[in-house]
Design a protein. Structure first.
Length: 207
């Protein structure tokens, strides 16, 4: 990739859609049919498996795996030979073919302004809401609400970043649709003030 913010050792599928600018660290992987939003970071050694969509302004720390495929737990075996030919491809025993259907690789969606801490695992099919924080080392196997902070294995909601009214304002404003240059005068450290400033910004005729 001819981009100074994408490490040469990063592996990016030709079918992935990258909305520049983004930063992708060394040995990171972006697999088939992934979508990565502008101003997002995929740090070193992290993996976006197939069919993962990541919003804008997201921060994915090191050694994170997003969209990890499921395995059946109530079948005869947990092996993927039951539903996929991938494992046996190129092996001497090629007589076995997929027998049953299993939805092991579902679309995974990460909202805008999401922070995923180091060594977290996000199971395929999960939807993580806007503004959520995933604590380091968490295993996320269920959907995460907007602006929730989740921790643990399995992940549980620790608390929400803001009160309900503030969250509603942020979701309505969709501040992440702006480019950083448009947000120069926004007071990021004061959320209430920032909301008022973004409302004023959206009211401008050229916005």
């Amino acid at each position: 990739m001819n981009n100074k913010f994408i490490a040469q050792s990063a592996q990016i599928s030709k079918s992935a859609i990258i909305h520049h600018p983004v930063t992708i660290g060394k040995m990171a992987e972006v697999h088939d049919r992934c979508i990565l939003g502008s101003y997002s970071l995929v740090n070193n050694y992290s993996v976006l498996y197939s069919d993962v969509e990541v919003g804008r302004y997201c921060s994915i720390a090191r050694f994170v795996e997003v969209g990890v495929a499921a395995h059946p737990h109530d079948w005869l075996s947990t092996s993927n030979i039951q539903y996929s030919n991938t494992l046996m491809r190129g092996h001497p025993d090629t007589t076995f073919r997929r027998k049953v259907a299993f939805e092991y690789d579902r679309e995974t969606k990460i909202g805008n302004d999401v922070w995923i801490g180091a060594k977290s695992i996000i199971k395929s099919g999960v939807k993580i809401g806007h503004g959520a924080i995933i604590g380091g080392g968490a295993f996320v196997h269920r959907d995460v609400p907007d602006y929730a902070i989740v921790v643990g294995q399995p992940a549980r909601i620790l608390r929400f970043r803001f009160d309900d009214a503030t969250i509603a304002d942020l979701l309505e404003l969709c501040w992440w649709d702006f480019a950083p240059k448009d947000l120069t005068m926004v007071d990021f450290k004061n959320v209430k003030r920032a909301i008022e400033q973004i409302k004023e910004l959206k009211a401008l005729p050229n916005m």
